[in-house]
Design a protein around this ligand. Structure first.
Ligand SMILES: Nc1nc2c(ncn2[C@@H]2O[C@H](COP(=O)(O)OP(=O)(O)OP(=O)(O)O)[C@@H](O)[C@H]2O)c(=O)[nH]1
Ligand SMILES: [Mg+2]
Ligand SMILES: [Zn+2]
Length: 303
């Protein structure tokens, strides 16, 4: 036993807890050990990751109504890019970034589609990744969440309901806007209306003429195109024919837009289960998944 000696005090370790760590999405100060932001519920892991980087990561959102195919598209995209580095190399950062591709790939492998994304932001999956395309030597750091369509609709109809969506979309460098192609073909105009609402919401969020939403890249992706082949042939012409309002809005108010068609399933069927009727993929045949994202990354790399 030592009777006399110097005992270092560890209280200085507490000092860092006194300095708040700003949330990467909304900027609210949080304690260092917080898991979720106390204001917007975004994972604080994003802020911890961003703090280790010289340039802060950019943000990109995948938006569209509930059931349009956001989770299936994003999950498939991340899974494809992380396995096929020839077109674009994607490296995920942080264990939390694997959850989306894991959840999506495992249900598709079982011959099912993922369940609806919960409306609570603390249950959303976020991906932070590093991207490198063969054409660009510089890497791009990107953060993308998989949001719930219902929450998006609520925020658009009643602004400030979901602070996380508002803060994220205000800061996003670009978006992938998903539109349900078969529903559009059935002359169901709700897809056209919802997409126009979303675009107008973005323009209101940041109306600046030089760096506002009118100047940011918007990739418009027709999903489930496996169910309407003509959409694959010419997505632009498809938009003109089936979504006239959206087509006009893009031409008049946005400087950087492009139309794409994508499909994950190569045919679907209805299956009777104990829980009721369920739509299931007959096989997985991804088409046009990487192209919209590649275009978006190309536009972001030019900036
Ligand atoms: N044919 C076909 N159907 C698809 C495809 N992707 C999704 N679906 C169907 O669309 C449904 C909804 O897909 P999700 O990815 O869960 O939709 P979401 O946009 O994430 O919906 P929320 O989570 O409610 O916002 C699936 O359950 C499938 O029935 C596709 O590539 N082809
Ligand atoms: Mg979803
Ligand atoms: Zn926050």
């Amino acid at each position: 036993m030592i009777e006399q000696g110097t005992v270092p005090l560890d209280s200085y370790r507490l000092a860092r807890h006194a300095v708040p760590l700003p949330c990467h999405i909304c900027g609210e100060g949080n304690t260092h050990d917080a898991e979720l932001c106390r204001r917007c519920c975004a994972p604080m892991a994003l802020a911890h990751q961003a703090a280790t980087q010289r340039t802060p990561p950019l943000m990109a959102a995948t938006i569209g109504p509930s059931g349009v195919g956001k989770t299936v598209y994003l999950g498939m995209l991340i899974d494809m890019l992380s396995r096929q580095p020839e077109r674009m190399q994607l490296l995920t950062r942080g264990a939390f970034s694997i959850n989306l591709q894991q959840a999506c790939a495992s249900v598709l492998a079982r011959g099912e589609f993922p369940t609806k994304t919960p409306t609570e932001p603390d249950r959303w999956n976020w991906v932070h990744c590093q991207l490198r395309s063969p054409r660009h030597r510089r890497t791009l750091e990107l953060i993308m969440p998989d949001m719930a369509g219902e929450a998006l609709l609520q925020e658009v109809d009643h602004p400030h309901t979901y602070e996380v969506i508002r803060s994220l979309l205000a800061k996003c460098a670009g978006v992938l806007l998903l539109i349900d192609a078969p529903r559009l073909q059935q002359s169901t105009l709700d897809q056209d209306y919802f997409t126009m609402k979303l675009l107008n919401y973005l323009l209101e969020l940041d109306p600046h003429p030089r760096h506002g939403w009118s100047r940011r890249p918007v990739a418009l992706v027709f999903t489930k195109a496996d169910e309407c082949e003509n959409c694959f042939e010419n997505p632009r012409a498809y938009a003109q024919a089936h979504a006239g309002g959206l087509w006009q809005l893009c031409r008049e108010r946005f400087k950087q837009t492009e139309f794409f068609a994508a499909g994950v399933a190569g045919g679907c069927a209805w299956k009777l289960t104990r829980r009721g009727r369920m739509r299931v993929p007959l096989r997985i045949e991804p088409r046009g998944i990487v192209e919209p994202f590649e275009w978006l990354v190309e536009q972001l790399s030019k900036r």
